[in-house]
Design a protein around this ligand. Sequence first.
Ligand code: SIN
Length: 494
Amino acid sequence: MIAERVDFLVIGSGVAGLRAAFEAAEAGSVYVITKDTLKESSTEYAQGGVAVALCDEDTIGIHFEDTIKAGDGLCIDEAVHTLVNEGPERIMELISWGAEFDKSDSRLIFTLEAAHSRRRILHAHGDSTGREIERVLIKKAMSMPQIKKYSFAYFLDLIVFDGQCYGAYMLRDGQVTAVLAGATILATGGAGQVYSRTTNPQVATGDGMAAAYRAGAEMSDMEFVQFHPTSLYASGAPQFLISEALRGEGAVIRNIHKEKFMGLYHIDAELATRDVVARAIVSEMTRTGSHYVYLDITHLDKEYIKNRFPRIYKTCLKYDIDITTELIPVSPAAHYMMGGVMTDIDGRTNIKGLYAAGEVACTGVHGANRLASNSLLEGLVFGARAGSTAVKEQADLKDINPELALTVTQDHIENPDEIRSTIRRVMWEKVGIIRSAASLHEALDVFTTLSHVTAHTYLTRYENEIKNILQTAQLIVQSAIERKDSIGAHYRSD
Ligand code: SIN
């Protein structure tokens, strides 16, 4: 097997990974490996914005309180303090690197989203905030020769012996390489593809969570999956995110009879927390026998809508929905993993030499329900912290001589498409917005019949992704079975 050595290995090229890489690059050589193109991550698709207490009417303390309240009592205070305190500095730094957030007369514009008591959401190009952040981070990464970027390099597994991580195996052009590193930072993002309905891109297959679990990492809060209330539901259209920012700007939700209903479910109506809105929509869809509800923003000025939400406007128009004059059919979809690889606020996992940041990690910052638009900030703050901890604690490369042992099968999964589709459908139907002991056990039974899939490492990305989807699904189900009460995004009908 080929082996390469590098001071720091960063796995994933979204906001958390790149931000971590910048810290690491101050102290040594860095590899950033990513399974697709550099920019293909959930960061690229984040629309609404980035929450940060920078507006005159806001304070760090209020941002803290809103985050804690949304998290339904399960946030870890220290993690939330870190997020809201360090957030403004990370954003100002991003602006100094060239990020262009939307402004009016040279002043930043802040919008509102659900469960925020102040206008604190920065956005870019209306509804392409993640894309703008990723643009700036990639540009900076490109200017740093000490960061070597490997696209289409699939992360297979961590190299862990005696509780210490020494890097990872990657698959590139059909060839397995052991990348030995003084410190390894996992920033592989989320796992929305575990569900048949998701706002996430194809790459979000839980690779980091599953591989860390296989290596002995402690996982936390895996039962807390955030379902976004409004993804596009139109024939032939992708499950495209219709940003919460529309509701922040006044959009209302209507059932298929075009009646408003959110006020009947919660005093905050359209701006209640995401878990509440998603469940209200499911109840209303069940009550009216429909697979979708509508989002209505037609009362706003046509030109304003087109300028404020250009990406959503254009995407919907492609599917013959003019959002300035027509109601948008929407339904909830899996959106964000609050749980993941357990870390402290400096990105440390229980495995020495392995750090994690961003959606793959669980610092406890989101508790049982993430406050909207806190995740780009999370990637910046905790990515930087994980990177600088890795710098302080990196092992000397000359001390790294682990035994390399990865067996890759030449065999293939039989009927991979069918298996992938079964897992994702079962997760949506049995482990979705509303769960019960019976539905969770039904899911587990199906997954047990598929356990042969997880017994091997494969030579193709697609098959390894199916294995990771299955293992992540099993982790979610097991945690959901263990948590018998309903809290935040985990709702048990029993
Ligand atoms: C959205 O734009 O609605 C998504 C923002 C987020 O998930 O934080």
